[in-house]
Write a protein that binds this ligand. Sequence first.
Ligand SMILES: *Cc1c(COP(=O)(O)O)cnc(C)c1O
Length: 396
Amino acid sequence: MSASNAKNYRPETRLVHAGTLRSQFGETSEALYLTQGYIYGSAEECEARFSGKIPGYVYSRYSNPTMDMFEKRMAALEGAEAARSTATGMAAVTTALMGLVKAGDHVVAAKALFGSCRWVIEEWLPRFGVTSTLVNGADIAAWKQAVRKNTKAFFMETPTNPTLEVYDIAAVAEIAHAAGARLVIDNVFATPLYQSPLTLGADVVVYSATKHIDGQGRVLGGIILASEKLILDHYHQVLRQTGPSLSPFNAWVLLKGLETLSVRVQRQTETATAVSSALFGHKKISRLIYPGRSDHPQAAIVAKQMRAGSTLCSFEVKGGKDGAFRFLNGLSLIGITNNLGDAKSLVTHPTTTTHQRLTPEQRAELGIGDGLIRYSAGLEHADDVIEDLLTALDKV
Ligand SMILES: *Cc1c(COP(=O)(O)O)cnc(C)c1O
């Protein structure tokens, strides 16, 4: 392969070039290999490829050149030795956790999790005899206290969804390693550009590529990144045999998404910063959380482990659910949805969507009030977005 994977290139350059595999035609843009399988030159070659004696693709449930390019580009960006792509972010999270445990093991996770991730830990893992303890991720002593002699995995997302709390990855990694457990980080909200969990001590990083990596609301995808050994020991066979594989078409869309990731995320961060400044202290808002602000509860950890704030900003509209609904229905430019990281600005009402499954007490414990709104910055002009938000707040 060309110089495209050279370590000394900066992230923006790797996003455009790393992992590119060119066919004999020398195409400029990455090729889309929409094929299930491969034809071998001889029976001997087929045998050697199946046994792994010679490298090469054998079946697209296992790998495919377009998936391979996406994985290599992500690995170069993340500073990971190896990566495996999956059909969705949840396939990545589920595999990342299931691959580390067996019946009788125990998992410690932060309470503040994306809804489906929490379901996997609370409802799905116990069916296979894996117990868990959920802790307040900001409380370092709580992680330590939750450790048992059968603890095999720690799991958290940071910044969290939807309250944008930031947890200390290096401190939690140290506790996990002292317990002989692996730390898995869901890095969706930070994006690979703003936080590199592996360099902070985490063992595994997962993404829903559905969010900023696609960035234009088209396809679902996910990826698991870790050391070569960890991937081979814990995930390689699970992925090949159970088959949560990424479609080559979606891999191609995500690969093209990576080319523009840094310009999009930078612009979205500028807009989220402008929105948080415009809305802070507004008379219809009781609380505003933005990791780029000095009044963020974990501002010191943000400064220590992140390169910038976030493309998201959350705020609590006064008047509970009624106030939130008046606000949402008063928007004309910004779409009501449960998604994030899109070219279009989007808002979510966690209480009635992503966190509907939780009880009001569980939501209160996480700081998710009925008036909470999560705003995900798009690529529109910031002034148009702010005008729309202020107009809708007038309706509250
Ligand atoms: C969206 C999301 C997921 C799940 O990803 P899908 O691609 O929807 O399966 C997991 N974790 C976080 C933090 C997310 O935002």
